[in-house]
Design a protein. Sequence first.
Lengths: 344, 306, 318
Amino acid sequence: MDRDIILEVKNLNFSFTTYAGEVKAVRGVDFFLRRGEVLGIIGESGSGKSVTAKSITRINPMPPGKFKEGKIFFDGQDITNYTKKQMEKIRAKKIRMIFQDPMTSLNPTMKIGEQIAEGILKAGNISKNEAKERVIEILNNVGFSNPKLRYKEYPHEYSGGMKQRAMIALAMSVNPEILIADEPTTALDVTTQAQILKLIKNMQRAYNTSVIMITHDLGVVANIADRVIIMYAGKILETGMVKDIFFEPCHPYTWGLLQSIPLKNSNKEEPLKAIKGSPPDLFSPPLGCPFAPRCRYTMKVCIKCFPYKRKITKDHYFYCWLYHEKAPKIEDIKEIRSFITNNV
Amino acid sequence: MDKIKLTEDLFVYESIKEEAEKISRPSLTYWQDAFRRFKANKVVMGAFILLLIMVVLAIFVPIFSRYNYYQQDFNCINKWPSWEHFFGTDDLGRDLFVRCWEGARVSLFIGIMAAFINGGLGIIYGGLSGFLGGTIDMIMMRVVEIIISIPQLLWIILLMLIMKPGIWPIIIAISATGWVQTARIFRGQVLQIRETEFVMASKIFRASNLWIIYKHLLPNAISPILINLTFVIPGAIFAEAFLSYIGLGLPLPMASWGNLAAGGASVIFIYPYQLFFPALLISITMLSFNIIGDGLRDAFDPKFRI
Amino acid sequence: MFKGNMLEVEDLKKYFNVGYKKTLKAVDGVSFKVKSGETLGIVGESGCGKSTLGRTIVGIYELTSGKIIFKDENINYSNKKDKAKIGNKIQMIFQDPYASLNPRMIVGDIIAEGWDINKKYRGNERKKKIVEMLELVGLNEEHINRFPHEFSGGQRQRIGIGRALSMNPELIICDEPISSLDVSIQAQIMNLLLKLQKQFGFTYIFISHDLRIVKYISDNVIVIYLGNVMEYAENQVIYDYPLHPYTKVLFSAIPIPNPDIEKSKKTILLEGDIPSPINPKPGCKFASRCPLVQDICTKIEPELKERKPGHFVACHIL
């Protein structure tokens, strides 16, 4: 095993049982996370990105969730079958999560400083006073100008952006190895988002944390990620270093995503290149490629069978039949790519 | 994963004829969906069936029984339960089985009527208060608070002291102050729904207030009211029983669960069956309504609907 | 087709009373003009009052002071005659596709609500019209008897658009119509809105916090902060040559989907958070966070002045 890799997920399959049947939220997902890197997971609603992240720390409600198959390796250890207690320890110190809504992590009835201190005390052997000092230090690091005062305040006294910072402080206070951020800036204003993204980057550099950033915003990914995974309907369609994805995308879904953003100099005279249709129903996910109903280049084989993996480099690979030797040549691949790169 | 043979003919373009906007699942109204969830809960369905059985017995036993509820027979005083008299007889030789089910008619009638009036008054009052808002709402709510400050049982007793005993006086006494709870719930719903965007859209179409109430407020606010009313019924049955215990209930020879239980309580150590059966029926009914109320609450509140 | 200014707003103010001596100044003096057939983009962050502005223009909220002039005629929504004159010519498309449709009404009734309230069509004709409207927005006849919860976000938004179009409006206020939708669906809805504008000549007021989308669709753009207009110019001009410090900060904060640009750009970061619109301090609203703030900014509110032809800015510094 590559010592560089801190997290590895193999063939993750996760479903939810509902009154109408089984919802196959994640269907065979493989990926890894290197030490110190920022991995971006892009996906729209129903792609399974949140469920995947929550499966790592096992915080999906089970039932109705069901971990059907797969293995998760953290720092070389197989944590798939860890007991509840063992997972609690991991969530306390090693793998931390932050969410879109900071109130999922913050207790409204406790002072912010005390909450963070509680986490630090749980994770290690230090005295109460030392914990308090650490909290003030980290409140300072996340950008609060008066950390001693902020320590004594309650969440409702904080604004939205401040709560987000507090959540980041809470997550980073124990110096975790992995930080999983599930759409942390989606609900924030653009200016606040810029602040928070910068903060996450700074924290990541300072503590050498590995970060998984889940989002649907391609701009956020371009800003913060080193490597990118693109998920759709419970499967990974393409993954690569951030430059690969933005400048040499291979999968038609990736093209679709990049093309549907208004370009630098476009105006309303030219319609946006929208992807037709909607994401599929996960009750009966198709056998073949889930993107087939919406793809411009669908072939018979796409409907029958999910594509084999195709590698461009060690880090850049995707799942698509278009590049198979038997497939017809796509005339405009180069055109599409240059159109994207010149206009983004 | 099955490996298929990758033949040339597979690599041919084929657009999927499937409609992009097709909906495959069957259409379920809100009520159908809630009912489906309700049905799935076995305990709740059990309680529901139990209640149905009780209603059926209440309707048919007094019709088909060979005894009347007021028929006295001095040869069979205070007899224990037997094949002749399933629930035994009381101190005037009246068959307790038929009296219990006659009492069921009365108690259930009181409960359901109280719920109707309670619901009607509550919806109108709470709806007006919430919809009109402002000072009117403030005044109306202060009135409600004053009413609530006195315990409902006390109100009921006071009203019964003024009125002559009878079914309708009891119903009136129970509903006279019971509606305030319903009013508060409905007002809360109205306030919430008033601010939704679909009501705003209606206002942009210059909809009248009546339109908004009828089309938007009522259909969306009704479920908490229904749940509340299923809890009103057992409350009313209990209140009637309580009134009988303190002598303000229905006069004999009328039968109600309340006065049957009160009568049985006075001879509990000698003829315990005379209290046991009415008390059992009251308990089963109250429990069933409470379970159904909980079931309705779960059915109307989908937590994990995909 | 009406030529001229479809809508003119003069010094519009909307205040809310939120407690003893506490006034929430959601819209605090906004003025602009929209020409018939054009799209005005209103850009701002949360709490800036753009939604309140939209709702005041359409009559959901009663304005506190100022003028709304529709097709050269002053409208007073509290006046019945004025209200009748406007009829249904100004319509709105809402942000949340999950809250803007009554969950207990079937789609057919939702689309036909305008007609039903005004007693317009009946029976077969009504059904025909509903199908027409559904097809216009990319849905079809089989959807008439379905309920909102059976549709995806994008489809619900289409239903909302169909409803807004049903009474043949002239001015449509789009209040963040695509913010709650997936990226791949946003483009579909944008295309639909533009197609309809080309077909029917609607005038749009497009409210959003997404600068890229606003840039794509607008002819003119207003930047709002805490209830005041900070800058107002033609689309291309405001994006290429922003003048107001807030506009510059706002534009630099948008993440661009290009890792080379994004990772190397120097974003101007603001300190702190957006202050409360309750009992705001005197002077320029942006003074508390402006990197170029000076003494006068905290005392006197800057007027919206035309700095270059067609380019208005409210700032003392320039």
